[in-house]
Write a protein that binds this ligand. Structure first.
Ligand code: ZN
Length: 102
């Protein structure tokens, strides 16, 4: 396995990007914070900071290897502000989900 190129500082910055809350539901993560790959590694996602967020274990398990935007919008607690926050940190997302940003 390759050594991760993600630094502790990058991870701390990412944590702050979402105010220490779960990136997917904006709730407190407590001790259950997990690092999720926006593009799942199973689908070729890379272990780089541009692909990493902190999520609660509930969201992380729910997302699993689903594609982010369709998964997010299908959730019962979906709110547009959740998506807008993700887009502000990951401005490349619309390029991956062109069908959802017409
Ligand atoms: Zn969550």
């Amino acid at each position: 396995m390759k050594a991760s190129r993600v630094t502790k500082e990058q991870l701390e910055d990412r944590y702050e990007d979402f105010d220490g809350l779960c990136a997917y539901c904006r709730r407190e993560m407590g001790i259950n914070s997990e690092i999720d790959h926006i593009i799942p590694m199973a689908k070729g996602g890379l272990d780089i900071i541009e692909n990493l967020v902190y999520a609660c274990s509930s969201c992380n398990q729910s997302k699993n290897s689903h594609d982010l935007i369709p998964w997010l919008r299908s959730r019962p607690n979906y709110e547009e502000k959740l998506e807008l926050k993700l887009l502000s940190v990951f401005p490349y997302l619309p390029l991956l989900f062109l069908d959802y940003y017409e």
